[in-house]
Write a protein that binds this ligand. Sequence first.
Ligand code: AQP
Length: 349
Amino acid sequence: MAAFQERVFSGVQPTGNLHLGNYLGAIKRFVELQDRYECIYCVVDLHAITQPVSVWGGPKELASNIREVTAAFIACGIDPKAHIVFNQSQVHEHAELAWIFNCIARMGWLNRMTQFKEKAGKDRENASVGLYAYPCLMAADILAYRATHVPVGEDQKQHLELTRDIAQKFNNDFAERIAELGYTDGFFPLTEPLISGPATRVMSLRDGTKKMSKSDPSDYSRINLTDDADAIAQKFRKAKTDPHPLPADEKELEKRPEAENLVGIYAALADKTPADVLREFGGAQFSTFKNALVDLSVAKLGPIGGEMKRLAQDPGYIDGVLADGAGRAQVIAAPVLQAVKDIVGFVRR
Ligand code: AQP
């Protein structure tokens, strides 16, 4: 790994309804990593269109969602000047590298991907080829920057493992050529997933066994980043719980998914551990705990939602951030793609 410059890459799909899971599992971590790494954060619009148009909403909604995710990045505290923020479709190297990775990855690897199975549902014949090849594009997103670290929620772990498999196979398949061209440790790094903290998998507020998701038809299943104080309060008060008070011991949470979820959310928002939260609230009724959770959530998310709404009024500024970021991203990605082409043996102009 020593031969690779440390660099963080991650992305969020512009598919609407950015929620607390996206924030705690991903965007909050993106913000924290800025002090330690060079960071590249991408609005992955090419990924969004892998679903049917009815899911991502059509051209107007896609453009508006791309701007909304960008606004969320900035509102949460990502600095687009010190780091890079852009949308994927503006840097064609992602799609081009993804094609090469389509030819590296094996059908058997992709057949094991649980996200494809979940998103394709029962009608697999009708799923897009893009949805199936999604993990190869994700590997290209990361490896176009030879990124060493990727902060993601738990649900993306399997895709990150596939990214490592693709990097490893590319390094092996072309080992001789890679060495000839002077790369001593292989060409691609084996990227490390950064998945940690109490909220790597935030669950639905209606069902503690299902992940909080943008596409859940019930708006009561999630806290959206643009929800106002009243909506946040109503959703947490209606959130499913069990009839018992909160336990004092963290082990007991394992059998109580809804309680575990709410404690995890509180812990992540307060930058504490679940054990700290139970020390404070163990023995309390859910009504008491939910009031505290609402106050904390409104204090943390209110300013983010407010700033997102303010930025929504200035699409020119957002588009400028994306164009500037795309230009700077391409400065890194273009030579990586050129080197990949040289390694594979494509003849240059
Ligand atoms: N519930 C979650 N808990 C923790 N992290 C989560 N992430 C998503 N849901 C949760 C993380 O957010 C980042 C961006 O996700 P994405 O928008 O690229 O894709 P997704 O995982 O498909 O998001 P959704 O909300 O679950 O959308 P749908 O409903 O379309 O499936 C990723 O790092 C992800 O891990």
